[in-house]
Write a protein that binds this ligand. Structure first.
Ligand code: PLP
Length: 365
């Protein structure tokens, strides 16, 4: 037996490049505390109500979950006034991205379109499926290149991925532009709107088609519990899509990919409106603070509707990244997005952001 049995496209597969971990950096620099502002996690942690529910549910861990997570599906449908049949829950929205590609695109025949740069999971799952990937560069101001996306599409295009608000720039497109774009796509092509950060946009209705969901036809919306709801480690996300498509995804999805604790935590996190309101207000306030302070330090910042900021520092980004690390602060360099002059910093809590700015002052001034 030999590694030649592995498919060639997997032999040179570029894996996901995650943010560095706190433990790794504590060890490397022998530091007692490390701040992580690299993976857009929730700076207020997990809601106390959710933590109580998880503890209470621990004893049911020996049970298999119900396929399709009907209790949580119902809670989401009620919360957003959506038909239950349109919802597919997954092990993070990553699982829904993977399923969408595998269910719609024929290997060696169909293509999918992504923006360049964009979230790497779209590229990875398309490659794994042997589906042609068409990359369309973003506009210089990081807005979406609507007419170039249309020009790249043809009868074999099954999916166009657009992240709104976008990662890593934070740019958000207006819903009118999105609906106009969707209406011009080829007949058998779906627009996949990855709204992982939409709960941070202000106001959401200006950017998301969710309030007018019943009027959309060829749109899939992806949402996650990883960011606003602070459940990144439990793995929970969902897709909203026409019922003929959700039916297909549910047929092939591994039945127990959403576990019992994640389902109950999801329900509780939708109930804890006080917590999500506090997260929203904190992010909004702290994003303004960071933007102002970074501008004072001669960094070029970009408008963001998400829980992170992208900026270009006045000295090489790699230097900033390494010096912050040595001070126990992890941020995200953007080499893997092809943006090596830029940095993405997740909005932290009040204390984290002040520690970060102080460190930036010592590095840049
Ligand atoms: C964080 C993120 C997600 C969420 O992924 P999960 O699998 O739900 O944790 C999806 N899309 C983008 C662009 C993201 O940044």
């Amino acid at each position: 037996m030999h590694r030649s049995i592995i498919r060639p496209e997997i032999q040179d597969f570029k894996p996901y490049s995650p943010g560095l971990s706190i433990e790794e950096i504590k060890e490397r620099y022998n530091l007692p505390t490390v701040i992580k502002m690299a993976s857009n996690e929730n700076p207020l942690g997990t809601s106390p109500l959710v933590q109580r529910v998880i503890k209470k549910q621990a004893g049911f861990s020996f049970r298999y979950p119900r396929p399709g997570s009907p209790e949580l599906t119902k809670a989401i449908a009620q919360r957003y006034n959506l038909p239950q049949q349109d919802i597919v829950l997954g092990n993070g929205s990553d699982e829904i991205i993977d399923l969408l590609i595998r269910v719609t695109a024929h290997p060696d025949k169909d293509n999918i379109i992504i923006c360049q740069p964009s979230f790497s999971i779209y590229r990875m799952q398309a490659r794994l499926c042997g589906v042609e990937l068409r990359k369309v560069p973003l506009n210089n101001d990081f807005s979406f290149p609507w007419s170039d996306l249309l020009k790249s599409s043809d009868e074999q295009t099954k999916l166009v991925f657009v992240t709104n608000p976008d990662n890593p720039s934070g740019h958000a497109a207006h819903v009118q532009d999105i609906l106009a774009f969707a209406s011009q796509l080829p007949q058998n092509c779906l627009l996949v709107l990855d709204e992982a950060y939409m709960e941070f946009a202000d106001p959401q209705d200006e950017f998301s088609p969710l309030p007018q969901w019943s009027k959309t036809e060829n749109i899939v919306c992806l949402r996650t519990f990883s960011k606003m709801y602070g459940l990144a480690g439990l793995r929970l996300g969902y897709g909203l899509m026409p019922p003929w498509l959700s039916e297909a995804l549910l047929k092939v999805k591994l039945p127990f990919s959403v576990n019992i604790l994640a389902e109950q935590a999801g329900i509780a996190s939708l109930e804890d409106k006080e917590f999500s309101q506090l997260v929203f207000e904190t992010i909004k306030h702290e994003r303004t603070y960071l933007k102002k302070e970074l501008a004072r330090l001669n960094c070029t910042t970009f408008p963001s509707q998400a829980n992170f900021l992208m900026f270009r520092p006045p000295i090489p980004a790699k230097q900033v990244f390494e010096r912050l690390l040595a001070q126990g602060i992890i941020i995200r360099p953007l080499d893997s997005y092809g943006l090596s002059d830029f940095i993405r910093v997740s909005i932290g809590n009040e204390n984290e952001n002040r520690v970060f700015i102080k460190a930036m002052e010592s590095i840049i001034c």
